[in-house]
Every structure is written in C-alpha cells, then in structure tokens.
Design a protein around this ligand. Structure first.
Ligand SMILES: CC(C)(COP(=O)(O)OP(=O)(O)OC[C@H]1O[C@@H](n2cnc3c(N)ncnc32)[C@H](O)[C@@H]1OP(=O)(O)O)[C@@H](O)C(=O)NCCC(=O)NCCS
Length: 136
C-alpha cells in the first residue's frame, strides 16, 4: 500500500475515469464523471508512483447529515491489494470531517465481505426502487 498515494478531491479527468472503468471490465460512459462530479461532497483517488489512477470512490451528499458512497473502483491489475479498503477509509474520514452523521452504501451480495468486514459498514434495512425500465 505504500506504493500508492491516496488523496481527497484530487483532480481526475473524464478520460482517466473511463480508463479505470475499462481496466476492471466495465463499459465507460464518456462524459459521466464530468457530469456528476459537481454533486459530490468529494472523492478519493489512489495513484501509483507514475501517477496512474488505480483506485477511486465517490461520496455524494444531501447537503446535511447523509453521505452516500458510490462507484468504488480498483484497476483490474491492482485488485486484492487493499486499495479499495484504503480509499473507502479515507472517504469515511473526510465525510466525518465534513460533519456528516451517516455514510450509506449498497452493493451486490458478493461484496458483503468487502463492505462489512474490510470497510466496517454494518448491515441495516434499506429499500430501493428502480425508476427506469419495467423491472423493480
Ligand atoms: C470491489 C472492488 C472495488 C474491490 O477492490 P480491491 O481494491 O480489490 O479491494 P481490497 O483489496 O481492498 O479488498 C479487501 C477485502 O475485501 C474483500 N473483497 C474485495 N474484493 C472482493 C470481491 N470481488 N469479491 C469478494 N470479496 C472481495 C476481500 O475480503 C478482500 O480481502 P482479501 O483480498 O484479503 O481476500 C474491485 O473488485 C472493483 O473495482 N470491482 C469492479 C467495480 C465494482 O464492482 N465496484 C463495486 C461497486 S459497489
């Protein structure tokens, strides 16, 4: 982990974000990051010694007590080295420092161990409605 630097609100270009998404097998939407970042309380980056973006998490915000952890990502070649755990830890620190009382997250069942055990979230009841398409 000492090979990586972790920063809050470090500038990230849309192209860097697309490259990171592609690296873990995702399909980037060009312009996505440029469009949403103004709604963030902040975000955490992890970069290697060459400056390449290897990890990311976004923290959205209601402007008050609630922050929302979104889009945790680690470069495909760098996974299972503790990077996402470290970016989430720094996001927690900054959301707390900003005065937020709660940090929410949701995820697929396969990532329970990551969010509960590695990152320290606790289970709670939550609800979700899909607002597009015909499914729920
Ligand atoms: C999920 C993701 C962010 C994890 O990043 P990472 O840097 O590899 O995570 P860490 O190395 O900090 O993992 C810490 C622990 O969490 C658990 N964990 C991490 N990734 C996991 C996975 N894919 N499945 C199950 N458990 C996982 C493990 O217990 C791991 O410890 P271990 O490596 O000693 O077994 C990464 O796999 C990723 O970018 N996936 C694609 C995008 C995605 O699905 N993001 C989630 C959005 S909710």
């Amino acid at each position: 982990m000492t090979d990586f630097s972790y920063r809050w609100r470090d500038p990230v270009t849309d192209d860097e974000m697309s490259d990171l998404v592609r690296s873990h097998g995702g399909q980037p939407e060009p312009g996505w990051w440029n469009g949403i970042r103004r709604f963030s309380l902040g975000w955490v980056t992890a970069r290697d010694t060459a400056g390449t973006l290897v990890g990311f998490v976004n923290v959205a915000w209601d402007g008050g007590d609630h922050a929302f952890l979104l889009d945790t990502k680690t470069r495909g070649t760098h996974q299972r080295r503790g990077i996402a755990t470290a970016v989430v830890r720094l996001a927690v620190t900054h959301a707390r420092a900003a005065g937020c009382e709660w940090l929410h997250v949701d995820f697929v069942p396969g990532l329970r161990s990551f969010y509960f055990d590695a990152c320290g979230f606790r289970p709670t009841e939550a609800g979700l409605i899909r607002l597009t398409g015909s499914g729920s």
